[in-house]
Design a protein around this ligand. Structure first.
Ligand SMILES: CC(C)(COP(=O)(O)OP(=O)(O)OC[C@H]1O[C@@H](n2cnc3c(N)ncnc32)[C@H](O)[C@@H]1OP(=O)(O)O)[C@@H](O)C(=O)NCCC(=O)NCCS
Length: 180
């Protein structure tokens, strides 16, 4: 497992799945804003890859996020689109409603940077988020991610097109910030 200041990233346990299903994926607004595809209900016993981890899939690594003190489940985090030629990957995260606004998201991004740059030897990490997702933008920028572009009206979300922001962080920038 990977430890941060407030949270720990560990493997997905079977007992996490119903909690994440109820807390994250039954929420039409959060699901529609975070997933980039139409919301649809998930049945108990679903094998949806956001919940059920396939250890053989090379391009994706999924974690459950738990509190460092006590180990309560607070959300999910993932590396996706891992490209071993360009040495890049995308990251995503979602916290249960009661866990938001406590600095956990910032901590998760920091842990994912360590995983990407140190454990996986990546050169670049990328985040895409809606332009009005201030929590995600702030959690990324606090970890050194730079806004690289605005994708105008690129996301259909609950009846309207919204802009998305692409953020990137390079290994040398991340290392320089830690040394400075
Ligand atoms: C987006 C998310 C991961 C951010 O994590 P978080 O733990 O809530 O954020 P943090 O507590 O680390 O806060 C980071 C910053 O965002 C701010 N922030 C957090 N939630 C916010 C909100 N709803 N509106 C405005 N600012 C917010 C915090 O004040 C903090 O600001 P600062 O850098 O100026 O101090 C989390 O809120 C979440 O899971 N939301 C729902 C799913 C989602 O949007 N996932 C991302 C999809 S790309």
């Amino acid at each position: 497992m990977l430890s941060g200041e407030k949270v720990v990233l560990r493997a997905r346990y079977d007992e996490d799945i119903p909690i994440l299903l109820t807390g994250l994926y039954e929420d039409v607004v959060v699901g529609s804003r975070a997933d980039g595809k139409p919301w649809r209900p998930l049945t108990p016993g679903t094998t949806d890859p956001r919940l059920v981890v396939d250890d053989k899939e090379e391009g994706r690594v999924s974690f459950s996020v738990v509190e460092r003190e006590g180990g309560a489940l607070v959300g999910t985090a993932s590396f996706w689109g891992i490209d071993t030629h360009h040495r890049s990957a995308h990251i995503g995260l979602g916290l249960l409603p009661s866990a938001r606004g406590k600095g956990y998201g910032t901590d998760v991004v920091a842990i994912l940077c360590h995983y990407g740059f140190v454990v996986r030897g990546l050169h670049r990490m990328q985040i895409e988020t809606l332009a009005d997702n201030h929590g995600m933008l702030s959690a990324a920028e606090r970890n050194g991610f730079v806004r690289e572009g605005l994708l105008r009206s690129s996301a259909w979300v609950l009846g309207e097109f919204l802009d998305e922001v692409v953020l990137g962080l390079l290994a040398e920038e991340w290392r320089a910030a830690r040394e400075g």
